[in-house]
Design a protein around this ligand. Structure first.
Ligand SMILES: Cc1ncc(C[n+]2csc(CCOP(=O)(O)OP(=O)(O)O)c2C)c(N)n1
Ligand code: SF4
Ligand SMILES: [Mg+2]
Length: 352
């Protein structure tokens, strides 16, 4: 269907954001995914979040690997920079781009196969280095693009479309991200846009590695009885650990919660994530408690959703840690970027 262009006209009273852009300005090409695929709902949530944040589209770079999920950046943010890399290699390509120009906001889109199998090492190092990015995994528990093989996030005992049982234990990417040092870890569900949009907005405002695992049923290969990533199973085993609202900096903070039942966390730009506690004493700022909570709920086959962990200390962020250039490399004069053979000789001398 990509040959059918979307009409450019729109209603004169259509909503515009602070930059004067409409929702349409954040859309991309028409999706070629299967009708009902969870990934399309995630694209819609990302588009919505970017529109509401009034992100200048040309200041966003979207990168992905390979898979149905990794195709989705084509269907969003059509006026942003884009790079569809190699299977599992999005994190290193994104890290390189970010080193060259830290002024852009970076969005990495991946799949459970792309991240938890071939790209597991890349994922681990991007998280532990605090690469400043929004990393979204569209998690359907299968390799959708290559016709439904189990992925490393498939639960033990879950069944394939042909009835074969998965013998292997799963990787929980949120637990792994917390353990690796990511400073923003959340889980959403493609079927719950009300929860997902604030999470994506808060992730874009966070500085450092912001990871969101989004359960996203594959209607073609993993939406049957016996699957633990189907729409039905996910809805039945869905546990919001905490409810999160995103409050932009310009907006007066006046949240209607009883004292002691919500925790406003200030982000670097003055915006806030307001966390409403649903559980008895869940505190997402406590890394080890967050890890323990995910583990405990996994044993009960419950998917913890919402904001699982947040740490606003920017000293863990990649650019702060590595004192990277605040000026994009393409704006630094050539003589400064390449100071010549004498300077190279001097540098090499230090290693002799
Ligand atoms: C180096 C390499 N190995 C294997 C493949 C084949 N391949 C393409 S997509 C994919 C898995 C995609 O699964 P996932 O990341 O979960 O995305 P989904 O399609 O489920 O959204 C595989 C194994 C490839 N393209 N490149
Ligand atoms: S095969 Fe599955 S993951 Fe791929 S587009 Fe179809 S429903 Fe989505
Ligand atoms: Mg997948």
């Amino acid at each position: 269907m990509t040959y059918l262009g979307k009409p450019k006209f729109h209603h004169p009273s259509i909503a515009v954001n602070a930059l004067g852009f409409t929702h349409r300005d954040y859309e991309g090409s028409m999706s070629t995914l299967c009708a009902g695929c969870g990934h399309d709902a995630i694209s819609a949530a990302i588009i919505h979040a970017c529109f509401e944040l009034s992100l200048p589209p040309h200041r966003v770079a979207k990168l992905s690997g390979i898979g149905c999920s990794s195709k989705t950046p084509t269907y969003m943010l059509g006026q942003s920079h884009g790079f569809n890399s190699v299977h599992g290699r999005m994190p290193s390509v994104l890290t390189g781009a970010s080193l060259a120009n830290r002024d852009l906001r970076y969005l990495g889109v991946s799949g459970d196969g792309d991240t938890a199998s071939i790209g597991l090492g890349q994922f681990a190092h991007a998280m532990r280095r605090g690469v400043d990015m929004v990393y979204i995994v569209e998690n359907n528990g299968v390799y959708g693009l290559t016709k439904g093989q189990f992925s490393a996030t498939s639960d033990r005992g879950s069944k394939s479309k042909k009835g074969v049982e998965n013998p292997d234990s799963p990787i929980d990417l949120t637990a792994l991200a917390v353990q690796l040092g990511a400073t923003f870890v959340a889980r959403g569900f493609s079927g719950d846009k009300d929860q997902l949009v604030p999470l994506v907005k808060a992730a874009f405002e966070h500085r450092g590695a912001a990871f969101i695992d989004v359960l996203s049923p594959c209607v073609t290969f993993n939406d049957h009885e016996g699957s633990t990533k189907s729409y039905t199973f996910t809805r039945e085993h869905y546990l919001p650990a905490i409810e999160a609202d995103f409050v932009p900096p310009a907006q007066e903070i006046s949240v209607d919660y009883p004292q002691g039942e919500a925790l406003p966390v200030e982000l670097h730009d003055g915006s806030r994530v307001v966390l409403r506690k649903l559980g008895a004493s869940y505190d997402p700022t406590d890394r080890s408690a967050a890890y323990g909570f995910i583990e405990q709920k996994l044993r009960q086959t419950e998917y913890v959703t919402g904001l699982i962990h947040i740490d606003e200390d920017v000293s863990h962020e990649f650019h702060t840690l590595n004192k990277t250039s605040s000026v994009p490399l393409n704006r630094i004069p050539y003589e400064k970027l390449s100071p010549g053979s004498a300077a190279l000789e001097k540098l090499l001398g230090r290693y002799r």
